[in-house]
Ligand binder design. Sequence first.
Ligand code: GDD
Length: 370
Amino acid sequence: MLSVIVPTYNERDNATELIRRTLAAFDRIEEPVELLIMDDDSPDGTSAAMIEAAAAHQAGERVRVITRTTDKGLAKAVAAGFSAARGDVLAVMDADLSHPPEQLPALLGAIREGADVAVASRYVPGGGTEGWPLKRRIISRVACWLAKPLTPVKDSTSGYFALRRECLEAVDFVPRGYKIGLELFARLPGRRTVEVPFVFRDRTRGTSKLGGAVILAYLVQLGALYRARFPRLVGYLQFGLVGLLGMAVDSATFGLAYWYVGLEALGPTLGGFFAQTLSFLVAARFNFALNRLWTFRERRNHARMSVFLAVSLAGFAMRSLLFEFIVNLPPPAAGGFWAAIVHTLTIEQIALILGVLLASLWNFYGSRRW
Ligand code: GDD
């Protein structure tokens, strides 16, 4: 059985066409089907309009309208639809007819032929968009491109897809963000996925909810998915970013203490020593706090400043030793790979880069581990 879940918010004007075209598509499907309208109690009376349209077409059991009054939101509405659905195949589709219901038989067909997930795709041959301004086309392409490392699906932000219910049971699905499809595709690596082309025709009635807040929510969702998929790489990048911020804090503290507060009066040796010690401690404290809250937030209760300092000092020692070792290496033989690098950069620059790399990796793994 196929269950088609349509989340709605202020889609009253699309009710008649949506019900009519979806029921017509159902007539081409040779197995039980149902349409679930998951409305978040839209102020424009979407629920009533859908019930009326379903009654006009004598839809009976084939259309269910569920009005949600609590815990609202697109992803939650879809998740509630998954729970209420009776089918072994679940599809998600928009109400505004930008996702043509006529593609439902093809999506279901792909699943019945063996796919686990079938995505209606704008970005495979035969697919496309119509009536989109350049800005929206660019946003869509960039959004898909950003999700590339997470899923082989070309149109990963397509909100139109079908999947076997068992896929859903196998993943830790979190109903969040705006892109439920991506949330699922990224958590289902290795599943048989097929993309069925479709042409996205922009809505003619009602308004799209795509705006700055939706884009921001998408980026937050992407961040969480990357973190779940590549925890070490993302953690290392976060750690690096915190380190860069720490450098800024370090320099600012030094400047304040030395020039503004007046440690300069003690002279460069003593004044410099005090200002540097202070700025190092402030920056270390800052880095520790930010890493605890952000980079290693899952383990924040185990964080200890003393351990963080010990790891950082060991990293500093490693970095210094590696620097010494590299700058004292015998000069490279002419013509080799090493010589070419030394020709481009000075030996001190190479030693510095490798030292910083080694220390940052050590600091990251050490801080993560302990
Ligand atoms: N229940 C509920 N609650 N439904 C919602 C909510 C909500 O808070 N917000 C939006 N919806 C419904 C809309 O009524 C519509 O049926 C569907 O979710 C998609 O919302 P739109 O506002 O039409 O989305 P869009 O035009 O920004 O985005 C479209 O394009 C994307 C591709 O670029 C959608 O088709 C996306 O699914 C698609 O990924």
